[in-house]
Design a protein around this ligand. Sequence first.
Ligand code: SF4
Length: 145
Amino acid sequence: MKKVIVSACLLGEYCRYDGKTKRVNGIVDAYKGYEIIPFCPEAPLFGTPRERIALVATETKIKVMTEETKKDVTALLEEEILAFCHKHTDIDAIVLKSKSPSCGNQTTPILYANGEVMQLGDGIATQIFKKKYEKIPFYDETDLE
Ligand code: SF4
């Protein structure tokens, strides 16, 4: 059976930072016949609801920082996402939530240290997935609405 990774909040899980969901009803229909693998790296690490996180550009790299308490959670997220990839090697499609610091695909704000938007880019999970799942088609919910 083919397999698709889908951001869990798009499947109706209440795993967003604010405790809400972003369910998109068409996704399950669009992937009838596929095994749907829910993915959310933030909820298991930080709980729900939780402090917002954001991508912040530094001189050397883009980090993932908590917005209020200014903690660097990059390594924690990288470890969580790599462990997920290790478990799920045989994937046929990926549908991720747009604009998220984890899941966005060229839609996530990358901030300067002062909070201003520098540019849009990939969330941390999308950056890793693009290396691990080369040649797999990536979509976000706006492609399926
Ligand atoms: S966008 Fe990604 S990290 Fe954020 S709640 Fe949805 S699945 Fe979890």
